[in-house]
Design a protein around this ligand. Sequence first.
Ligand code: URA
Length: 249
Amino acid sequence: MTDILSPSSPEEIRRRLLSVVKSVKGQVQNAESLYVSVDVSKPRPRRGGPAVAEPPDLWRDLNRDVAGCERCMLSKTRKNVVFGDGNRFARLVFVGEAPGADEDEQGLPFVGRAGQLLTNIIRAMGLERKDVYICNILKCRPPGNRNPLPEEIRLCEPYLKRQLSLISPEVICAMGSFAAKTLLKTETPISALRGRFHIYEGIKLMPTYHPAYLLRNPPAKKQVWEDVQLIMKEIGLGAESSQVKEVSP
Ligand code: URA
């Protein structure tokens, strides 16, 4: 019997080569048709075949865990959990400290005065809130807007970690001392951290001042705008609107 390595004639070589090409073509077509038929957005009805495991819906699970969270005493005083809001595929995530009264009321992050200023900053970058993701270190409001306690941060931070790993943004902007120090695991003051990128779990992180601080200290807007411009450069956004006045409330 002739084996593949010792064909009997040039015609035989041609025939075998053609058959190999045909077979490879067929396999590529099969692979392509498999690829396009997998639609991850819709679970497909099963027709009597063996059970196929649904892909886990990690966002739904996280939402459910946060909504029902009773890990700390803030769950007793909150009106609403403030999970986070925006684009789950965002390249840029803003992380603040904790919900205030307006956020607690509406269940949405940064919707009060500090939120309006953050919205202005986002617009000055040439973006809209729907283009980015906005969340906090704590998901529930500390009564009277007091500072988050270390234990509350310890118990709540795993939710933020899950959120950030699902979004996997290119850049995180940590607003204020609590966000920056918590994510970077440092006691260095925000004034010394801001102005340059740090790394959080392989993601570039820019610490900057919190919008609420800017409401009390408007001159610090200049530094925030410097930090924001570094972010814009990092994610390739034009700086056509680079005016400090445009981030004014
Ligand atoms: N301050 C924060 O840190 N987060 C909010 O959501 C609102 C105000």
